[in-house]
Design a protein around this ligand. Sequence first.
Ligand SMILES: [Zn+2]
Length: 753
Amino acid sequence: MNTFPDCSPARTRTASVNAARLLWVLLWLIAIPADTLRSAEAPWFTRALVGMEVGPTGAQFAGGQHAPDYARNFNGAEVVRRCVAAKAEYLVLWVRDGEFTFHDSKLVPKPAGLGDRDVLREAMDEARKHSLPIIAYCQLQYPAHELRQHPEWKMRQADGKPVDHLVCFNSPYTNAVTALLTEMLGYGIAGFHLDMVDQGFGPPHGCWCDHCQQRFQAEHGRPLPKGVNWGDEDWDRMMQFRYATSDRFEKLLTDHVRRLAPRATVDFNYHGNPPFSWEVGQTPVRHAGNGDFVTGEAGLWAFGALSASFNAEWYRAATPGKPFQVAVQRGVRMYHDQTTRPLNDMRWELFTLLAHGAFVTMIDKTAYDGWLDPVAYDRIGALLGEARNKRKEFGQVPVREVGLYFSARSRDWLGRDKPAAWFQSVQGAHKACVYEHLGFGFLFDENVTLEGLQQFPVVVLPNVGILTEREVDLFRRYIEDGGKLIVTGQSGQFDRMGRPLPASTLEGLIGARMKQRLEGTDNWVRLDASPNGMALGSRLDHHHRIGAAPDQFEHVPFLVRGPATVYEPTTGTAVGELLDSHRAALANPTGYNTDWPLSARTVVGPAALVNSVGKGTVLTFAGSPDAATAGEHHLVETRTLFANAVRFLHPKPRVRITAPANVEAVVTDDPTTRTLRIHFIAYNATPQTTPVKERPYVLPGLIEDAPMFRARIELRDGLKAAKAWNRTTQLKKRGNRVEVTVTDIHEVIHCRY
Ligand SMILES: [Zn+2]
């Protein structure tokens, strides 16, 4: 029997409300603190900081051939007890994988090893004793069971061949999903985690099935394009059609759940952020907004150590004002291994995410038979317990200097089938901000406004090739009002289909004419002794103790590998020199090994331009210090050059942090208590040996030890008192400056102002 505790109609009252009783209730309401009432009503995710996701591993890799002991010991009550003991505030329980469900379903089979047991029922019964919200994990996109019954629901390639592992979201599969969600809602669950609405992570691309053909014809009055064709307006229509398909499916599921159980939440595992691109069928803002909050993944295993802070701030920007969830795993290599990371390795990731405002789900993939590893749960308990003890340190307003602008249109029409090279600029700008302790956030072309730009003293356009008139107009108004813009690479030089333009749409702001796009990426920069050149060249040498005399940067060029432009100044002031490489003189420039850059050859234009517009300033790099920072030739100089540009444009930040490059700093403000919090999170990975596969691409080592590091905090507007969270931290306050010596992975310094 289905019961929907949250949507049963209110009982009709047969007697009028007794006035005295009403008065009593009102007095009672006044007596209860307001925050208690709110928390009683607030959805589970608005008060959650840390939770767990638990499910058996193996379903993805067995191809339907499971051993009899698969999930035999996967027990809902035991999972709940372990998660409660490990301090989880909610549990995302695997109820549906590609082959099976773990509840009594009339639609999808259970694994044989479960016998008569119903894991979801076991979990719900136990969770009630602990008031633990249960979220049902439901896999969407690899429904192996349904696709065996209904091969006609498979995605199809342009040539008609089925994509065997992917389902079309325009097919009747949508009805199968809603029927399954209805079954699960009958258990009174707190919500769904739906994983995932992707249309594939690369070729083969879909979908050209009959359902899609008919729908496209009806909506566009023309047939589907014949295939992927980046020169074709119809391909643009197909891209919009694919985005609309994912959007419609997500909305359909959200509406279905809300209709049946208004308090049950829905969240989708999101793929609108790099390294994912158009093929997934999601854009950064549109597909983050479906459901109650967005969920994404961090993880060194696929995305690198910088993905924690990158993704958290990305999700924040994609869903302004909403909580956002990030999932991490306990496994040493990735989700599907039954190993457990050292506590400090997990602490670094968790506290990076929490400091950036996320709430975090720790994923445990059980043993093949569903057994729960007690060592893992002890370690996770220590981790989540520490997070809960520090709860008050998280969730304040971030203090930010730099807005990193991301254009989904450029992702699609410049990134095309190889988006990674295009992503390198925005990823490098982020990396530079982290290493140089510059507070950052993201801005998106999908929802950009003047007010959005004005949240940031400095906005960066990291090789944003495609910019509409509306966007350029917004930038102009932002700068005229006092905003500061940094332009890199070949920003503004392509039309909406990614075709080169004869002139940059940013020329008026840059104060220079575009003479030429450099085809090679091995470009070099030499600074000069002008005041602007000295400002951009500061700290390139002594700060990092690389051994060069300060004036050598006036004479010796350094590599800034990435896209570049030869500019001719109009109103802008030229700074330094851009040099091409000896590759330009070769008869066949691309014939010489393109992995390795060639040496500097001759000056082709200025290195940078500074242009005043109204009350603001535009600083344009002819090259790409951002892309270079994320590349394989990641010189310290390129990152420092980027940071110097921020400091040149915004010389007096509210908070200035000096700390080692492997220590991330996150600054938040609590205006009601006049407290700035400065989180320090140390990434202290151990060195690795030669990998067996794909040498020399080593995986990062695990963090075992807490390092000792020094850091300095300087407040522009006065400092009354400072204190550290850790007793072991040494703290000295001198005027507006605090100096700390920290011996931990995570520390948070309170500065009262
Ligand atoms: Zn289709």
